[in-house]
Design a protein around this ligand. Structure first.
Ligand code: AHR
Length: 511
């Protein structure tokens, strides 16, 4: 059966937040140290204030909307004051989570800290998202951090910021209150974390209220199980029966929660060496993000109008068996990973009414990175190209797209996988459709039906003839960039495009 995509441009879902194309960079392996920060004395790559500019240029070209830092698990054993001030005075500290017995990962040198991170965000014109230490620190430490970053009052901390070269506040909007607090972030029970969350958010929100109302947004750590999420929301009011959602609802002076986060990683077979069955199974596992979002949305809606609290998928992507703590969670990033990312974006577009942000793990060198580096080069992975293409949806209104395609069927553990994944959005006088053909070996002729006010299609394709197991290197990365593809007009609002096996297509229609 030939596949088809029927786009209903009058059936709007919601605006697609720019922030769903967000990133995550942790002090882990070579993500920050080596990938972003090489220090001022390194002359192997061009640097500015110790930051490697080849990585920065790739990230600048990507229009990255938001970057989460410093963890991950790292965050809940990190004390931000260790990383500010003259670099030669900064203490070396342990960090438990990415130590795993290996000396060089056990030691955090603190060369790269808050000011370096926020300068990086300014260089690449992205919004910072800071993850606060809840597991092993205090609300006072968190409050000091927000004051250091955002206050324009004359205080000891803002004077220190000025001495460190930053007179003006950074105005950081996004504050995550802990990370995976059911695990590395303190191993809290959900009701214990709700108590901690309320306590930390009370102080951070107090800063917001007194200093700069409405300028910050707070993110609670959720889980992919309903048990954790329900118990967290149940307890958030502290058992005081202030009324449903007192600490949640828009309009409440005590609104302590803006977003609720979930994480999802997946694998099937090895990074670049997988069976045909595993090729397809990876998409089935990535699709579980849809269930995670749907069940978190349902839980939230029990406690508060759903639009008051957005869902953030602030860690997602492939985590193959090759990525271990011993190699700094590095893995080959193939076309298969990139196809899985395209499918995840299709899922998020379809849920644009509830997803407020997403942050792929991780930006440079670690897990499903977008940029890889060696000592002299930085290059884009296939996943980078998917981000670049899909960001044309950014800020558009997601619209319904019904897909008719053959499926791969799995057992009960994994969902069936349609061989074509797609989504569509409407911007100013434009309709943008993305579609991927997940077949390992068959070109798929896809009929795209659009509202007849749209026409003049122009198409681009990623990964034509590369194959699912291909990955980029310093030498061949340009081969993974987009090419033009022909989109033919059939009749009255019907178009066809031959999507090559294991490739992704973007088609823009104009009025
Ligand atoms: O991204 C790697 C790790 O995965 C993060 O530190 C942690 O939050 C998650 O378990």
């Amino acid at each position: 059966m030939p596949a088809s995509i029927s786009v209903h441009s009058d059936h709007s879902i919601d605006r697609i937040s720019e922030n769903i194309y967000g990133h995550f960079a942790e002090h882990l392996g070579r993500c920050i140290y080596g990938g972003v920060w090489v220090g001022e004395d390194d002359d192997r790559v061009p640097t500015e204030d110790g930051i490697r500019m080849d990585t920065v240029e790739l990230l600048q070209d990507l229009d990255m909307p938001v970057l989460r830092w410093p963890g991950g698990c790292f965050a809940d054993d990190y004390h931000w004051e260790d990383g500010v001030g003259p670099r030669e005075d900064r203490p070396k500290r342990r960090n438990l989570w990415w130590a795993q017995g290996r000396e060089e990962r056990f030691i955090e040198t603190n060369e790269f800290g808050t000011d370096e991170f926020l300068e990086l965000c300014q260089m690449i014109d992205t919004d910072p998202y800071l993850a606060v230490n809840v597991g092993s620190a205090t609300p006072e430490e968190a409050l000091d951090w927000i004051e250091y970053c955002n206050s324009d009052a004359d205080t000891d901390l803002t004077r220190r910021r000025a001495e460190n070269g930053h007179e003006e506040p950074y105005d950081v909007t996004y504050w995550g209150i802990g990370n995976e607090n059911w695990g590395c972030g303190g191993r809290f029970a959900p009701d214990e974390y709700a108590d901690q969350y309320r306590r930390f958010a009370n102080y951070l929100n107090g800063f917001d209220d007194h200093i700069n109302p409405g300028s910050t947004e707070f993110i609670a750590c959720g889980h992919i199980t309903d048990e954790w999420n329900e118990a967290f929301f149940e307890r958030l009011d502290g058992g005081m029966e202030f009324g449903p959602g007192t600490f949640l609802g828009m309009g409440s002076p005590y609104k302590l929660l803006d977003h609720f986060s979930v994480h999802r990683y997946y694998q099937a077979g090895d990074d670049a060496d997988f069976s045909d069955e595993q090729h397809y199974r990876l998409f089935a596992r990535a699709q579980k993000i849809a269930d995670d979002i749907d069940s978190a949305a349902e839980t939230i809606s029990t406690y508060v109008p759903r639009e008051d609290v957005g869902i953030i998928v602030d860690e997602w992507g492939t985590w193959h068996p090759q990525a271990t703590p011993d190699n700094g969670l590095e893995q080959a990033n193939t076309v298969r990973d990139a196809l899985a990312a395209a499918g995840v974006f299709d899922i998020m577009h379809e849920r644009a009414d509830v997803v407020s942000m997403a942050n792929i793990a991780q930006t440079v060198n670690v897990l499903q990175c977008l940029v890889q580096t060696d000592e002299e080069n930085a290059w884009a992975t296939p996943t980078y190209q998917v981000f670049d293409l899909y960001q044309n949806h950014s800020g558009n209104t997601a619209v319904e797209a019904n897909i008719n395609a053959d499926k791969k069927y799995f057992d009960e553990e994994d969902h069936d996988v349609p061989l074509v994944s797609a989504s569509a959005s409407v911007g100013d006088d434009e309709l943008f459709v993305t579609a991927s053909n997940r077949s390992l070996d068959q070109t798929e002729t896809v009929e795209v039906e659009v509202d007849e006010t749209f026409g003049n299609p122009s198409g681009t394709v990623l990964f034509e003839e590369k194959g699912s197991r291909a990955y980029s290197t310093a030498d061949n990365a340009a081969e993974f960039e987009a090419d033009d593809i022909t989109v033919s007009e059939a009749d009255d609002g019907r178009f066809t495009v031959d999507i090559p096996a294991s490739s992704v297509v973007g088609v823009t229609f104009t009025k």
